[in-house]
Design a protein around this ligand. Sequence first.
Ligand code: GTP
Length: 375
Amino acid sequence: MAAPQPLAGWRLRQVVADTHQLSKVGGFLYVFGWAVIGWLGDVLDFAPVTALVVAAGFLVLAALRVAMRPPDTGNEDDARRWLLRYALVLPLASVLWAGVQAWVLLDPHFGEDTQMVSLIATIGYATVFANVYSTVRHLAAVGVCVLFVPMLVVLWSLPDARALAVAMSFYALYLAGAVVRSHAEYRRRLRLDEALREQRDLYEHLSRTDSLTGLANRRHFTACLAHAAERALRGGAGFTLLILDIDHFKRVNDRHGHAVGDACLQALADRLHRAFPPPACLLARLGGEEFGVLIEGTHADGRALAESLRNDLAQHPLDCGPGARLPVTVSIGVGRFEPARHGDADGLYRAVDLALYSAKDQGRNRVHALADESA
Ligand SMILES: Nc1nc2c(ncn2[C@@H]2O[C@H](COP(=O)(O)OP(=O)(O)OP(=O)(O)O)[C@@H](O)[C@H]2O)c(=O)[nH]1
């Protein structure tokens, strides 16, 4: 059988979050239980100091659970350390309750009603431990043992309580099964959640990505362009848009075949990555042999970057597979977003697209910048 893997990554963070969420207010159940027992058993009459110390103990432990918030650093070691500390604190209230339970059963000051209520409360707390703290199996097992074992020892030691001891022993077996089952169910749910998350992430990635080149697709690029324009309109940093199109790409397909054409598009995507590194630049394949580049910030000289890419491509053929080093040239339209002139992202896109087509019209293998057009 394979050794169990230590919790890591998303699962660890989820276990930490679930453990705190499920248990953070549970400490107050012991406060309530002790208040009921104290009231039924008139404990303030014969042991006022102990009663108050026990109440204070339950209150402090309940408050500690709420106060021990999981770390939000995202660091796995922090999360593991927190889980260990919390797993040490969580059963302390059960230890105190086990002491209370033994006291109530053994001290004749407490009447039979109070003893019965305390036993019911112990069953309740142990059942909660077995079923609710399913996130960490050992934690649930320790909690159940701490609550049940001392009570069973006391019951078996009392000659008048044999029937109760037998019944409670059977219930202890049920609780052992509940610990195993609830933990297995939790692990199953965790695996399902993780698979759903991975599928959602994959779907989101695919819906944003061009499958041939791995660049952003037109839909994602258009959305990012719109966000960049909105930010700029609200006074944020500006941005520059490049649209580039391979010249006479049809000839590549016609002469070398579609597969080489595809490799050529992939090689161009690699070249674009080197010329416009993320995260300042977003690269997209807008369709066919047309690509877009969004450069965030006001410092980039889009025209110079476009010229340098055009030169690089004109001088260094693209590696499009075995025996296929193809010289390709590109035509590029480029422009910086100017709110007063373009209005929104669509306005800039239209203007840069026109610049690209004017570069094509004027002979291809050239960069046409918006500033040139207005000159
Ligand atoms: N291999 C390959 N070819 C594609 C893909 N998408 C579009 N094309 C081809 O790209 C070519 C585009 O041709 P045109 O629109 O005439 O453009 P062009 O030949 O580059 O000419 P200009 O843009 O005017 O310089 C067509 O032959 C399409 O079949 C693709 O995913 N893979």
